[in-house]
Structures are given as C-alpha cells and as structure tokens.
Write a protein that binds this ligand. Structure first.
Ligand code: XMP
Length: 513
C-alpha cells in the first residue's frame, strides 16, 4: 500500500481534515494526513501525486498562523487549497486577504464561470458549505476565477498555468452537494491518479501491519459490544488468532440487559475469547456527588483506567492493548496532528496513564464509523451487530444530565428500551443514525388517575448523520412518537412527561453532555 499513488493532506487544524482524506479514499485513492509543518524533505519522501491543504481556524496574518513551507509549490504537483488552505495559496502568491465583514457560515450557491476539469459534471450552479472568517479580496498573481458565491467573489480559483486550485468553501462536508465530485475530479481528472484502494485493501494491509508489529506477543483488547470494538476484535482475531484476549467491563452505565446480550453476541462469533468483568460499584461511587459534565467524564475515564489497570494485572503476559478509537473520537478530543479545538473529552481517548505497560494499537484511528461498518461487513458480521447505533463510552451517565443515581439509571434504562424496541418494530431503527432517551434533571406536574403527580421528564433524541460530525434531528412519524410517549408514561413509573429533541449538530451535540 505504501507504494500506491497517494494524495497527501496537509492539516492546518480544521475539524474536517479527516473528511478530506476520507473523500479521497472514497475515490479509491490512498490518502495520508500530515501536520502542516512537516519538513519539505519528508513530504517529498512520501512521493505524493497531489497535495490538499486543509482548512483551519487561523488567519494567515495571525502571528502564530500555521504556514507550510512554500517549497510545496515547487514540487510541481497539483495542489488544492481549501478555505484556510486557499488563503495560504493567496499568501504565497501575493493576494490581498481580508477579514470578511461578517463571518460566512452555512449554505451558499456557487456559480461556475469557467469550464475546468475540477468542476466536470457540476453543471453551472450548486449548493456549497461555507465556514470562514477571512477571504481573498483580489486574485493572487497568475490566478483566474472559476466560480463565485453571493458573498465571495473568488469562491473558486485556479492558477493559469499550474494545477493549483483554491476553494473558499468546504467540498469535503456532506452539505456541499457536489463536494465528493469535486474531490474525485481533483484526484482523478486534474491529478490523473489511478488507484484502486478499497476496504479489502485496508483489511489486508491492517492484518499485515498488525502481524508485523505484534509478532508472537499477546494482545489485550477492550471491547464494549459496539460496532467499532467488535469489528476491531474480529480484525485482531483474524490477524493473531488465540493471542488476542478481549475484556468487556460492565460499568453499570450500560443499557437494559446489555452485558448479557453482548456476551451472547460474542459467543456467536467464531474464535472469540471474551471475558466479562462486572465493576458497577466502582463507577457508581466515582460518580457520586458529581454533576458537571466534564467532571463526570473525567471521573468515568479515571475509574475506567483504574478498573482496567486492575484487570490488566491478571493478564501480565500481554504486551499490547488494542482500542477501537475512531477518528471523530480523536478529532473531537485531542488536537492531534494539527491545532483543532477540543470539544468534549471522550473518555476512551488520550486517557490512558503514561506509565501504562502496554503498547497501544488503534487500527481504526483514521476511520469513520461507516467505514468500520464496511470493514465489519467484509468479515461477514451480522447486520444486527453492524447496524447497532453508536453508544458513548461514558454510557448512560452522560444521558442523565446532573448527578447520576442508580434509581435514575434504572428509570432511564426502561424508557430507553421502550424507545429502541418501538424503533425496531416500526423499521425506524435502521433509518436513524442514533437514538436514545435522556433523563432530565427536572420534575414536572402531571395528573394520573385523578391524582397529581410530580415526576421526571424523559427527552427522546434521534438523529440522522453520516459520520457523527454533523447531525440532523430525526423526523420520526408523529404517531410513532405518540405511541412511544404513551408507553413510557404508562410503563415507567416515575416519568410523567416525554419530550422530543429537535436540535441539530451543530450547534447542539448529539449527546446532552
Ligand atoms: P457528540 O455528543 O459529541 O457525539 O455530538 C458524537 C458521537 O460520539 C458519541 N460520543 C462518544 N463516544 N466516548 C465515545 O466512545 C465518548 O465519550 C463519547 N461522547 C459522545 C456520541 O454518542 C455520538 O455518536
């Protein structure tokens, strides 16, 4: 794989950098992300056939602005600068860049004014997604305009002689209607790269890499029953066979009967060695008295590490630890490979102690959930496993805003189970990306059988999404919501009101905490 023709993405800290790499992969071309300040010799060694400069939160005139070596221009390969990446091209080629009078954020109509391979199949006008504070005021030297939007005269530009392009908008996000087409045109038509990178290639390469790295050593693999860690456990099992031991910790923050269901699911996959450890009390006592969301996450993260350390001591012949960390976990938690901002600290990322005796393996660190699902399908895992909604590491604790108590967890579990089973029955489980109930820390007045009640409130949330990075609220039928609400209020004692959350991400997040 390392010898395949590839596109290198220089990361200037955008939330969307990995999406760029992903779109390139969807065009079946291998892609690699490197930090913006990678020395030019290193970039040359990678032998890229094209470069993409990501967006980023900075302004090119900030004192601390991330500026890549200008020598990338002399590499004489196609370059696509996106948003900040475009302003950087403007900076190299001496354009005037200004703070836009107002930040432009959201949809815009792009009109193409000149035919170019980059916009093949674009047909004139299409919706694009803008998110920027600066913009190019006049064309950089040697450039021409390819397209504009109402607020950006130079929304798409290219160098007259070289294949160097700048886009003010983000072709990599799903909201840019023909964004995938633009990226595919850039790699296949402009850069003329031929490639056939597929999930199968990913699996073969990962197995080879894992075998080479691990040799005959043993690997401990933390599994949660979710798609990511399950698919990862199977991948490791296929690479290393009996040398993989999976550990499943019941944190007490799981959904109804989840530990039993998960163990049963693993027992049905050939060759898996999964051991269950029940550690509810550790988590409940760590959470007692804490109500701040970040403090809760930290407490859970720390407990997880302590518990895991304890368990790991039983497996001291294991040298490696595998985790099913995905790219969105990484990007939303850590400024890795670039200066993107931290949004939430996800407990399964970056939380392991520095003196940990294990070496870490994270085979999916660069992938998105739906890509992991494709890998799982290649392994022949059932749709029931593959199609499971994502479930956060801190579990139901972040679905009980405020302090978490065991009785609240029980209540939430029952309500959540009713919601999910009705989604299954109606065929809507597969139609939404994620769905769950949240128990709100308020009580409301109701009347039941002539009696006044003063009980808890459940908020239901379902979202549609491609990768969890952005999400829209799920348009569930009103009759279905009505049925779920009736069932929850009638069957879950202690709840007298049900709400439906109609916020999108951004500006809300999927989870409440
Ligand atoms: P947010 O709430 O950040 O969630 O919009 C995006 C996706 O990530 C899941 N999530 C987590 N997953 N550990 C995880 O493994 C976590 O701490 C965590 N927090 C959120 C969330 O369920 C959604 O699918």
């Amino acid at each position: 794989m390392k010898d395949q023709d590839k596109v290198v993405v220089l990361d200037f800290g955008s939330q969307f950098t990995q999406l760029i790499a992903r779109r390139v992969r969807e065009s079946r071309i291998y892609s690699e992300i490197v930090p913006f300040d990678t020395p030019i010799e290193e970039i040359r060694k990678l032998n890229p056939k094209a470069l993409i400069l990501s967006g980023g939160p900075s302004s090119v005139y900030d004192d601390e602005a991330p500026i890549a070596s200008q020598e990338i221009i002399d590499m004489d390969i196609p370059i696509l600068g996106i948003c900040y990446g475009m302003q950087l091209l403007g900076y190299y080629f001496g354009a005037k860049i200004k703070a836009a009078p107002k930040k432009e954020y959201g949809r815009a109509e792009l009109t193409i004014v000149e035919d170019d391979a980059l916009f093949d199949g674009f047909n004139g006008e299409s919706t694009v997604w803008m998110s920027h504070a600066d913009k190019i005021e006049e064309l950089p030297q040697g450039f021409k305009k390819l397209g504009y939007t109402e607020n950006s005269d130079f929304a798409a530009i290219r160098h007259i002689e070289k294949s160097i392009y700048g886009l003010q908008f983000h072709p990599e996000v799903a909201h840019t209607e023909k964004g995938s087409l633009i990226i595919e045109n850039f790699v296949r038509k402009v850069s003329e790269i031929e490639g056939d990178w597929t999930t199968r290639v990913f699996i073969e390469d990962s197995i080879k890499d894992i075998k080479k790295r691990v040799g005959n050593e043993k690997v401990l693999c933390a599994v949660s029953g979710g798609v990511d860690s399950t698919v990862m456990a199977v991948l490791l099992n296929r690479a290393l066979g009996e040398n993989v031991t999976c550990v499943f910790i019941d944190t007490g923050l799981l959904r109804l009967n989840e530990a039993e269901k998960t163990m049963k699911m693993f027992s049905e996959i050939e060759g898996m060695n999964v051991q269950l450890f029940e550690r509810k009390e550790n988590f409940y006592s760590a959470l007692a008295g804490i109500s701040d969301p970040e403090a809760k996450r930290k407490a859970i993260g720390k407990t997880f590490i302590d518990v895991f350390d304890d368990i790991a001591a039983e497996f001291d012949e294991h040298k490696f630890l595998a985790q099913g960390t995905l790219y969105p976990d990484v990007i939303e938690s850590n400024p890795v490979k670039g200066p993107s901002e931290t949004i939430k600290s996800h407990h399964n990322v970056g939380g392991l102690p520095e003196d940990m005796k294990f070496e870490l393996i994270e085979p999916f660190r660069e992938l998105f959930k739906d890509e992991v699902r494709i890998v799982g399908r290649e392994f022949g895992l059932s749709e029931e496993v593959i199609g499971r909604h994502p479930f956060p590491g801190p579990g139901l604790a972040i679905r009980c805003p405020g302090e978490v108590t065991e009785s609240d967890l029980e209540l939430l579990r029952s309500a959540d189970d009713i919601f999910i089973s009705e989604l299954h029955k109606s065929g809507y489980y597969e139609k939404v990306w994620q769905a769950f109930a949240v128990l709100l820390p308020v009580r409301s007045v109701g009347v039941m059988g002539d009696k006044r009640t003063y009980s808890k409130v459940i908020s239901l949330r379902s979202v549609t999404s491609v990768d969890g990075m952005t999400a829209d609220w799920g348009r569930l039928p009103l009759e279905l919501l009505s049925k779920i609400s009736d069932r929850i209020i009638n069957e879950v004692e202690g709840v007298n009101r049900v709400l439906y959350d109609i916020s999108s991400k951004p500006p809300a997040t999927i989870e409440w905490e």
